[in-house]
Write a protein that binds this ligand. Structure first.
Ligand code: AHR
Length: 323
């Protein structure tokens, strides 16, 4: 116990001071995971960090956690610290897809396996990471599109104007949620996508985007808002409320994640559809760490099971979301 406390203290010291303590000076027996978390922009993200911490504790692993506050450069520095410390495995949740090759090559050269968690990277060399553990974002986008088809049928609508509030540009969930959605609705003459604006997965920016879109297209000009996460959706609901527009009735609201506040809004009829994206990736990541440290063969990608909650379902079946 004392050894573990000492180890965690040194990890903390290293992160705070940037000191170059070597792993050799530490407890060689304990598995140490370096986790570069991209930020804390949403309830989803906070739930995801908690899931990683809980799972690391349950496995008895030391966790070097660095929260990059939405800055890719900080993620890159964190990975370099993990390499200097000679952690056993690096878990990286990359804020954007591009710009990782150099630092991941350094990790590879140091013999440290990298688990990409939550988001993917764009690279021509897939030996730079060992496995991706996270959502199938393309499928999430398709689920949003499929709900809209069903809704349009139910409304008997012959034309609907859609606006999109997207996540962080160049991030996997932004790109694929958009692509999957368009794959389903593109070519259906009932839908016009008026505009896509980025709210960066932030509630405050979701609010700004909704205000901008309302000013530009007017209350009667928007029939559907497709928002890439619940935080931005909740921000948009505030704007609609203030404008006297009834979300869920006057405007169809499609969201992604499934955080408690959004599920409550769905149950209250203020949101029409939530495509689930689970933040509970910690157990899968730490199980993977175990497999890797035992030299087992692992798959290249793993997706958690996810679902979709809509106004057409029995919503009483949705349990507490925990985030
Ligand atoms: O990458 C997952 C996305 O990032 C979640 O949908 C969102 O809430 C978070 O910020």
């Amino acid at each position: 116990m004392k050894r573990r406390m000492l180890c965690l203290l040194v990890l903390l010291c290293m992160l705070l001071s940037g000191c170059a303590a070597s792993r050799q000076e530490e407890d060689k027996g304990a598995v140490v995971v370096g986790f570069s978390q991209l930020g804390s922009e949403s309830s989803w993200r906070i739930g995801n960090t908690a899931s990683m911490e809980k799972a690391a504790r349950a496995h008895g692993y030391g966790l070097m956690l660095d929260n990059a506050n939405q800055k890719q450069e900080r993620q890159i520095s964190a990975i370099r610290s993990f390499i200097a410390y000679q952690v056993d495995v690096i878990a990286l949740s990359p804020i954007v897809e591009t710009g990782w090759d150099n630092v991941l090559r350094e990790a590879k050269d140091a013999g440290i396996p990298v688990i990409l968690t939550d988001r993917m990277i764009d690279t021509a060399d897939d030996s730079l990471y060992t496995v991706y553990i996270g959502a199938d974002f393309l499928q999430e986008g398709r689920r949003a599109g499929e709900y809209l088809l069903k809704k349009a049928d139910a409304m008997g609508a012959d034309h609907l104007n859609v606006v999109e509030i997207s996540g962080t540009i160049d991030s996997t969930p932004m790109r694929e949620r958009q692509q999957g959605f368009m794959q389903v609705i593109d070519g259906d003459p009932r839908f016009t996508v008026l505009e896509s604006v980025s709210g960066d997965f932030l509630r405050s920016k979701g609010e700004e985007c909704a205000r901008y879109l309302l000013e530009k297209y007017g209350a009667d000009g928007i029939d559907v808002i497709y928002s890439h996460n619940d935080g931005m959706t909740l921000g948009a609901l505030d704007v609609l409320d203030a404008a006297g527009i009834r979300p869920g009735e006057d405007v169809v609201i499609i969201s992604v994640d499934g955080e408690q506040a959004a599920v409550d809004a769905l149950k209250a009829g203020r949101v029409n559809c939530i495509v689930e994206c689970t933040p509970d990736l910690g157990d899968d990541v730490m199980d993977m760490v175990e497999a890797l440290t035992q030299g087992k063969a692992v798959p290249k990608a793993m997706h958690p099971e996810e679902t979709v909650f809509t106004e057409f379902d029995d919503l009483s079946q949705i349990g507490p979301r925990g985030y």
